[in-house]
Design a protein around this ligand. Sequence first.
Ligand SMILES: NC(=O)c1ccc[n+]([C@@H]2O[C@H](COP(=O)([O-])OP(=O)(O)OC[C@H]3O[C@@H](n4cnc5c(N)ncnc54)[C@H](OP(=O)(O)O)[C@@H]3O)[C@@H](O)[C@H]2O)c1
Length: 238
Amino acid sequence: MRLKGRNIAIVGVGPGLGSAVVYMALREGAAVYAFARSAEFLERLKAEYSKYGVLHVSPKDFSRLEEAERAREEVRRVFPELHGLVVTAGCYTSQPVEELGEAELEDMLNKNLKAHIYAVRAFLPLMGRGSSIVLISSVGGAYKAWPRHVAYVAAKAATARAAEALAAELLERGIRVNAVAPGGMAKDFQPGRSYTVALGAPQAPPEEVAKVVIWLLTDEASWVTGAVIPADGGRRLL
Ligand SMILES: NC(=O)c1ccc[n+]([C@@H]2O[C@H](COP(=O)([O-])OP(=O)(O)OC[C@H]3O[C@@H](n4cnc5c(N)ncnc54)[C@H](OP(=O)(O)O)[C@@H]3O)[C@@H](O)[C@H]2O)c1
């Protein structure tokens, strides 16, 4: 149990990667506070995953600083200290630049970038030396500049660079910040299933990426900060 006694907040939990990280963190002994925008989804998550450990949930939109700060106060009431923060919030879009609308660009920046920075800003007062922050970027943006993806690639590149800048800023406070850059990932996480996947496959089970996130939360990664780790089974190399 590599996260026993640790309190972890996970922001932007959906049915894929976020749920896999919640499940694995609970199985590693962490107490988890999960946030997403949908109250209904969170209630289902709590009903299904509470059997694995201590799980709190609360609907919040982290693209608004005020809501992120309200989330921190809720966390503070049950966890005096936070040892880990994972931000899986995000969204995807693709179109030629001439077809990119204002609302779409704003949505990309709100969910893929602002929600990450506001989550870090809000939760930092609860985090001390030895704690770990993981932001989810994407191979598209962190490693590749795909055509017809300017909004997504720019937002995900910004998330990766934000992780590096935050790592530099928080170095002296002993707080590690890293980003994980997945390739294609399925959104169908199911606890405890068995699966096979070949290197180079276009889509990973979210577990493959969640394992990297969990490792970054543990002391096994205590010398890793400011890294942007691709977790795409090598697909970006093809
Ligand atoms: N799936 C892939 O192929 C892939 C590839 C590379 C990178 N990624 C990245 O990996 C992460 C997880 O991916 P996924 O496929 O599991 O995504 P997902 O199912 O779309 O989950 C993302 C979750 O974040 C939530 N969210 C978005 N904005 C938020 C905000 N402002 N405040 C709180 N919650 C917010 C979403 O809620 P709503 O549904 O209500 O917006 C959703 O529940 C994302 O950052 C994604 O961009 C995914």
